[in-house]
Design a protein around this ligand. Structure first.
Ligand code: PLP
Length: 392
């Protein structure tokens, strides 16, 4: 008897997450006894700071094991409000903040809350893989705008104007950016803010890498610009800054109407993220700046080493990323596609990377390589990759 198909049309329209599915290839190789270095997964390699772990244990002992307010623990929303005021120049009170199960759930819930069928959403390409799927699941239509290396992966005003239609509902920006490592300068954010006001659309800004930023680059929140607070949904979370990817905690900041609508979806889906984890997150925001600083210093050392080595390999041209922890080199001097090269690196060097094409059409010809790894592992990866690429 054939298998009966029970699949919703909306799910047929999306692909599995490339970055979550990829490690399966590495697992298969490992199962056959091969030692694989995984430079595909986007997370800090540091342990969660001790103070945060201790606060979670204490919260469990103190009885934070029951339901709490579905928008999130009041104490945490107050700490987020204070952080936004001091660090991001955003004045938002608790009613304008919702705590979510990671930034990813904040993004998805926000899309579900504001998009109607056929609404167009401008998304810079290459993009973080989940934006497209989330827009499609919410009934919207993703429209690509280009981030080109020749423009330092910055946005082009004329191109955006040409893509704006009556159906344009929102633009999604992400700075520091996954996968390119670009950081949008203030003038580019001002250009986007002006367009959003002139053409009356929303801005969704994913600021999850705001603290992982190098050299003279500075993070700037578009919601702090004049007239932007009410038309911006700011997304952030604890995964990257505090090395808490497995804890699953994020948040969204927007006007009260949007937050109230997100809250309805949250109440009927996840209720709220775990209570004791929210208690620990207060400590992350209030007491862990030193830990974040030393993590970013170490990541900068990794970046400086790794990008220099990539550029010596002969098959890559890699620009210096300004933030996040991804190298995004262009493949040069070989006719191999992104997929062919990443397969070659996995099979010959036993190093797992992600084809740039997984991040959109404009990622074709590139590879995304995570340099958030201990230095010894990076050195080993460099040695193995160089050896394999020399044979080409
Ligand atoms: N946004 C971007 C740009 C990311 O790179 C990631 C994770 O890789 C996320 C959101 C998801 O973060 P979280 O772990 O908080 O769901």
């Amino acid at each position: 008897m054939g298998v009966i198909e029970f699949v919703a049309e909306r799910v047929k329209a999306i692909k599995p997450s490339a970055t979550v599915a990829l490690p399966d290839k590495a697992r298969a190789l490992r199962a056959s006894g091969v030692d694989v270095i995984d430079l595909s997964e986007g997370e800090p390699y540091f342990d969660t700071p001790k103070k945060i772990k201790a606060a979670a244990k204490k919260a469990l002992d103190e009885g934070y094991v029951h339901y709490i307010a579905s928008a999130g623990l009041k104490e945490l929303r107050q700490a987020i409000s204070e952080k936004l005021r001091v660090e991001n120049q955003i004045e938002a009170d608790e009613s304008e903040i919702i705590v979510t199960v990671g930034a990813k759930q904040a993004l998805f819930t926000a899309m579900l809350s504001v998009l109607n069928p056929g609404d167009e959403v401008l998304i810079p390409d290459p993009y973080y893989v989940s934006y497209i799927a989330e827009v499609i699941l919410a009934g919207g239509k993703p429209i690509s705008i280009s981030l080109l290396e020749s423009r330092d992966f910055r946005l082009d005003e004329e191109e955006i104007k040409n893509k704006i239609t009556k159906k344009t509902k929102m633009i999604v920006i992400n700075s520091p950016h996954n996968p390119t490592g670009t950081v949008f300068p203030k003038e580019d954010l001002k250009m986007i803010a002006d367009l959003a006001n002139d053409y009356n659309f929303l801005v969704m800004t994913d600021e999850i890498y705001e603290k992982i930023i190098y050299d003279e680059n500075r993070h700037c929140s578009i919601a702090s610009f004049p007239n932007m607070k009410d038309r911006t949904i700011t997304i952030n979370g604890f995964s990257k800054s505090y090395s808490m990817t497995g804890w699953r905690l994020g948040y969204a900041v927007a006007n009260k109407q949007i937050i109230d609508n997100m809250l309805k979806i949250q109440q009927h889906s996840v209720t709220h993220p775990s209570s004791f984890i929210q208690k620990a997150a207060v400590v992350a925001l209030k007491e862990c700046e030193d830990e974040v600083k030393s993590m970013v210093e170490e990541l900068k050392r990794n970046r400086d080493y790794f990008i220099k080595e990539l550029n010596k390999m002969g098959k890559f041209r890699c620009w210096m990323p300004k933030g996040a922890f991804y190298a995004f080199p262009k493949i040069v001097d070989t006719k191999m596609s992104s997929e062919e090269l990443t397969d070659y690196l996995l099979n010959e060097a036993h190093v797992l990377t992600v084809p740039g094409s997984a991040f959109g059409n404009l990622g074709r010809g590139y590879v995304r390589i995570v340099y958030s790894k201990p230095m010894e592992e990076l050195e080993k990866a460099v040695q193995l990759m160089s050896g394999a690429l020399e044979k080409l």
